[in-house]
Design a protein around this ligand. Structure first.
Ligand code: 8X3
Length: 250
């Protein structure tokens, strides 16, 4: 029987690339996202390659997360791999100028949302004594940078959650992988800069950034590693990148 992967934020960027990669591995896919139109689009793109179902919810809405995941039909309930990918940056400003609404979105989505989804999926993994959770963190979770305090804090929380999950769940036969990408060219900067194309475009100018598929490749590596191997943490930077804020640009 084909394994099942549940991916949040599956309609774009890293999540979409992970969905493609798991389709190639013949996983059945539960694709989760906020936007129905995009969910329909990704489902039709991938259903020729594998079985796909979609769940529409915002990870920040605890009741919606619970009801969507807990109402999965029996044949979709045994999730083998959970990819906690949903999350975003909102704004880039010094702490004294930051928008509290932006902070709420990042803490609610990147931290609480990840916890809500995990809480709905983990008990089944514990019962089956198997599973793999992949948390998409960021280099920003390991290195705090100016103007990014709350985004960095939300990703530092993801790092701690990955470590804690690993401590609690290894004894139940569940692996936990933390993935910390650097500069990946997706809609990330468009969201961070609220649609300002010029500002967003500049982030990826003058060097060759990571692609979403580079991160998906690393996730596939972690998930397909032999049973005796537990990939705990992967940090991936662009070739021209030496730290969160050090990028060699031409
Ligand atoms: C995205 C990486 O360095 O732009 O999580 O914050 S960074």
């Amino acid at each position: 029987m084909n394994k099942i992967a549940l991916i949040t934020g599956a309609t774009s960027g890293i999540g979409r690339a992970v969905a493609e990669a798991f389709a190639d591995l013949n996983y059945k896919l539960i694709l989760c996202g906020r936007r129905t139109g995009r969910l329909d689009e990704v489902r039709s793109a991938l259903s020729a390659r594998t079985e796909v179902t979609t769940l529409q919810f915002d990870v920040r809405d605890r009741a919606a997360v619970e009801s969507a995941i807990l109402s999965l039909p029996a044949e979709w309930q045994s999730v083998s791999v959970l990819v906690n990918n949903a999350g975003n940056a909102h704004g880039l400003a010094p702490i004294q100028e930051g928008s509290v609404d932006d902070w709420d979105q990042m803490i609610d989505g990147n931290v609480q949302g990840l916890l809500y989804v995990s809480k709905a999926v983990i008990p089944g993994m514990v019962e089956r004594r198997s599973g793999h959770i992949v948390n998409v963190s960021s280099i920003a979770g390991k290195q705090t940078y100016a103007n990014g305090t709350v985004y960095c804090a939300s990703k530092a929380a993801v790092e701690a959650i990955s470590e804690g999950m690993r401590l609690d769940l290894t004894q139940h036969g569940i692996k936990v992988t933390n993935i910390a990408p650097g500069a990946v060219e997706t809609e990330f900067s468009m969201v961070r800069f609220k649609g300002d194309e010029e500002r967003a475009g500049k982030v990826y100018q003058g060097f060759d950034p990571l692609k979403a598929s580079d991160i998906a490749d690393a996730i596939v590596y972690a998930v397909t590693a032999p049973a005796n191997v537990h990939i705990a943490d992967i940090t991936i930077l662009a070739a021209a990148q030496a730290s969160a804020t050090t990028i060699v640009k031409s």
